[in-house]
Design a protein around this ligand. Structure first.
Ligand code: 5GP
Length: 189
């Protein structure tokens, strides 16, 4: 998506270890106009899919997911990274966080993810696919159906995209970064 690629080139920063910092428009300060344009594009790409729920993970997946949910008039559920004491009946799994480099819990209340759900998973980044795989596990526990996965930014030099696509999942990414070597942002054509 050309608007996102232009913004990444203008305001994105490369950090060591293959990390792209987009705190000026996605991960800290957010640009609602760009977020809406990105959500519209995700909606367009999944137009042929039957979806009844959007799933994401706190915190940075919430903004794109709620925009998609708003456009489709569908509920949005975000997995929590800590199980609150008020929540006992949950689907739960573990996930390794790429940016924080540690493992944490992911949980979703069972009442919000049920066997008849057709789920679109939305997140900001696809890197090694740990978050996505953890969601596949939660969706499997619930007996729900995964319809597809939509990301704002995919880093194709990490293995998540290949892993998910090889498992037959409909994956859409709005900007695919092929390399961040020498702090130069190179997009896949
Ligand atoms: P994965 O689970 O696919 O390895 O990593 C995806 C998650 O890690 C995303 O939810 C995102 O929050 C975070 N992440 C992965 N790579 C990057 C990156 O380059 N920049 C930022 N800001 N977050 C990333």
């Amino acid at each position: 998506m050309k608007e996102l690629k232009a913004r990444i080139l203008a305001d994105g920063q490369c950090l060591p270890g293959g990390v792209l910092k987009v705190d000026g428009f996605i991960n800290h300060q957010m640009d609602p106009t760009l977020m809406k344009t990105m959500a519209e594009e995700l909606v367009r790409r999944f137009a042929d899919s039957e979806i009844n729920k959007i799933l994401t993970v706190e915190a940075s997946g919430i903004a794109p997911a709620i925009m998609v949910g708003y456009l489709l008039n569908l509920p949005v559920v975000f997995a929590k990274k800590k199980q609150p004491s008020t929540m006992s009946d949950v689907w739960v799994t573990e996930v390794f966080s790429f940016t924080k480099q540690h493992t944490c819990t992911l949980c979703v209340g069972r009442e919000f993810l049920q066997p008849d759900d057709k789920v679109l998973f939305v997140d900001d980044f696809l890197a090694n696919g740990h978050a996505s795989m953890a969601f596949m596990e939660l969706i499997k526990q619930a007996g729900a159906e995964l319809v597809g996965m939509g990301f704002l930014i995919e880093k194709s030099f990490q293995k998540g995209g290949t892993l998910l696509r090889n498992s037959g999942i409909h994956v859409e990414s709005l900007a695919i970064i092929e390399s961040l070597d020498n702090c130069e942002i190179k997009f896949k054509e």
